[in-house]
Design a binder for this molecule. Structure first.
Ligand SMILES: [Zn+2]
Length: 135
């Protein structure tokens, strides 16, 4: 059985590659409230990071749990079309780690926020405050 209903599954799928997703907006809101300045979607950087904090030499990727293979309930793979989903998700995971390597080699700190972590504002604030340790 698929963990999602067909409706939910198509909702999850429609978020492929989309920018300005809800979790991303929540992360920006928290950064804003913490007084941390950022830029969005810098195309000149590998992987076009969702959020860039030049002052802290940090990039933030806000990852959807399903598409980027998070080890949480939302990241559970569908039980149907297993090979299809595995190959898609594995490709994303490989790409994420390649992008991370490229950015780190250029001196950037790479921060990943998972969609499921944006549900808890306290947790999110604490996590994002750790970026300041890089600055
Ligand atoms: Zn997750």
């Amino acid at each position: 059985m698929d963990v999602f209903s067909p409706e939910k599954r198509s909702e999850v799928m429609s978020k492929i590659g989309s920018k300005n997703t809800k979790p991303e907006i929540l992360v920006r809101k928290v950064l804003h409230s913490l007084g941390m300045r950022f830029r969005l979607h810098r195309k000149d950087l590998a992987g076009t990071p969702d959020i860039v904090l030049p002052k802290y030499k940090t990039v933030v990727f806000v990852h959807g749990c399903f598409w980027h293979g998070h080890s949480c309930p939302k990241g559970q793979r569908p039980a149907t079309n297993v090979e299809f989903w595995n190959s898609k998700i594995e490709k994303n995971i490989k790409n994420d780690s390649r992008v991370g390597r490229v950015l780190r080699s250029k001196g950037w700190h790479v921060f990943t926020i998972w969609e499921c972590q944006t549900k808890d504002m306290d947790f999110l604030s604490k996590k994002l405050l750790r970026i300041k340790e890089n600055g």
